[in-house]
Design a protein around this ligand. Structure first.
Ligand code: GDP
Length: 196
């Protein structure tokens, strides 16, 4: 259970303030309100490790959590929150893009999407930024408890089919923080990235 007992380390607001890399990093990104904080808390087995905000888009920081294995879980700011002024939005996008494209210690990206609204335009932008790095991407379709089993599986296969053209380094799973389902599948993928 590689995310268990993750410890908060530092928050940074600017790419220039990023700490020197200490071991491999696994980044978590997603649209505001997609369920990223809940997913991190569920994976870590910690009710309030990542703050589950009432106001979507409030997490404007890059938060680092240290894992027992020495790697870091990096919680990236949620994107796509409409009520943010354009200049602020552009600044976040710049921070995200820079981190995702330039961070050598980053080994892979976990992209959180609401299973009811997967692959938004902004999700596609994220994919377009990250795919050229050649690093793996794992898509978690969360809130799967809000869909019937049949709908959830249909969504899973549709997203897999669509992302297959991006190559074998893109994987997709269903997840539910409410039901705590999909935890082991995510752990196995990330353990593979970290060579554990
Ligand atoms: P973030 O903005 O991506 O960090 O999203 P949050 O984790 O704050 O979740 C946004 C909202 O979705 C909150 O009201 C959560 O309680 C809810 N939520 C998150 N994950 C799940 C899930 O797996 N199932 C259900 N039913 N609700 C969820």
């Amino acid at each position: 259970p590689i995310f268990r007992n993750a410890q908060f380390e530092i928050s940074v607001a600017q790419a220039a303030a990023l700490p020197p890399a200490q071991g491999a990093e696994v980044a978590f990104a997603g649209r505001s309100n997609a369920g990223k904080s809940s997913a991190i808390n569920t994976l870590a087995g910690h009710v309030r490790l990542a703050y589950v905000s009432k106001t979507p888009g409030r997490t404007q920081l890059i938060n680092f959590f240290r894992l027992n294995c020495g790697a870091a879980l990096v919680d990236l700011p949620g994107y796509g929150y409409a009520k943010v002024p354009e200049n602020v939005r552009r600044q976040w996008a710049g921070l995200l893009e820079r981190y995702l494209r330039e961070r050598d210690s980053l080994v892979g990206l976990v992209l959180i999407m609401d299973s009811r609204h997967p692959l938004t335009e902004l999700d596609r932008n994220m994919l377009a930024w990250f795919v050229p790095t050649g690093k793996p991407i794992h898509v978690m379709l969360t809130k799967s408890d809000k869909l019937s089993r049949n709908e959830a599986n249909k969504t899973l296969f549709a997203v897999r089919r669509e992302l297959a053209e991006l190559g074998e380094r893109v994987t997709v799973q269903l997840f539910s923080s409410l039901k705590k389902s999909g935890v082991e599948e995510c752990e196995a993928v990330v353990a593979g990235w970290l060579g554990l």
